[in-house]
Design a protein around this ligand. Structure first.
Ligand code: PAF
Length: 293
């Protein structure tokens, strides 16, 4: 059966209801500009559900005033072909006015978890994410929804929100997909020149050093953070944050502390004008780069 692309909100709601009458619906929310990481999310959703719907919506409320909303890459036709080949059966690509009707005044906000890491430099970002994800859950009513672990903080925030609002959706995180050289796949990689792409590898290099050190028994937050910071400096990247946190609460650890056997090491850095994020859960994830050259 070929894929159905729906722009109208009520038509999508009805199509999702039809699916739920006969089986489980899996949802993969995206902002388009899809890559293999997104297709992995679709494949995971297929394992968990009978029919997979992908939403493609560049959500304006999660972008700050000086961010890349206007230039965010858009390619609906190409995206539809990709998710069809990965096994999705429905695509929902609504307009901004459908998702944010005139006069709208409501936002969904999760406190605590949203303050550190990306929340510091993007103070309104997560409110935009949780608002749109709540709306998408409300329209689709999925049984399960899959998000990438590259946006680890986002995943934790959405899981918290889903529990707090008693939404009957199983929120699943899927591992980060990387290029052969370790660079985490991201729609924003499309902005990078060849030279910038080379510099961007400093992030994966730093995380890999820290994973190996942690594996050898290093637990000093200061030492582990410093390994990543020096890799960013060597690569000429502008650090936004390099932070070790509790893997569940996202509470940052001070550089004077020791970390647990399982802890989140998260990075955001600018490569030219492009802000990239990446992370590993120490004690759980493999090094992004298998062996240092
Ligand atoms: O991860 C993304 O692409 C977006 O933040 C999401 C979850 C689709 C909400 O707009």
């Amino acid at each position: 059966m070929s894929i159905r692309v729906i722009h109208d909100l009520e038509e999508f709601r009805a199509a999702c209801e039809d699916v739920r009458r006969g089986g489980r619906l899996g949802l993969v929310p995206t902002m388009g500009a899809l890559h293999r990481g997104h297709l992995r999310l679709v494949e995971r959703a297929r394992e968990l559900a009978d029919v997979v719907a992908v939403t493609i919506f560049v959500n304006p409320t999660q972008f700050g005033a000086n961010e890349d909303l206007d230039r965010y890459p858009r390619d609906l036709e190409g995206d539809v072909a990709k998710v069809e080949s990965a096994g999705a059966r429905l695509v929902f690509a609504p307009s901004v006015s459908a998702m944010y009707p005139p006069g709208e005044r409501t936002r969904v906000r999760v406190s605590g978890l949203t303050q550190a890491l990306c929340g510091e430099s993007r103070p309104t970002h997560f409110e935009g994410v949780t608002t749109i994800v709540t709306k998408l859950f409300s329209v689709a009513g999925p049984c399960t929804a899959v998000f990438g672990r590259k946006d680890y903080q986002q995943l934790k925030v959405i899981q918290r929100m889903t529990q707090d609002l008693l939404l009957p959706v199983q929120v699943v995180g899927e591992r980060t997909v990387r290029e052969g050289d370790g660079l985490a796949l991201s729609s924003r990689n499309a902005y990078l020149s060849a030279e910038q792409r080379e510099s961007a590898l400093g992030i994966a290099r730093g995380l890999s050093r820290a994973v190996r050190a942690h594996h050898r028994g290093e637990r000093s937050v200061g030492v582990l953070v410093d390994m990543v910071e020096s890799s960013l400096r060597e690569a000429g990247l502008e650090q936004d944050y390099v932070t070790l946190t509790d893997a569940d609460t996202i509470a940052p650890l001070s550089t004077k502390e020791s970390c647990a056997d399982r802890a989140l090491l998260a990075v955001a850095a600018k490569c030219g004008q492009t802000r990239l994020i990446d992370n590993v859960v120490l004690g759980e994830d493999p090094a992004p780069i298998a062996e240092e050259a």
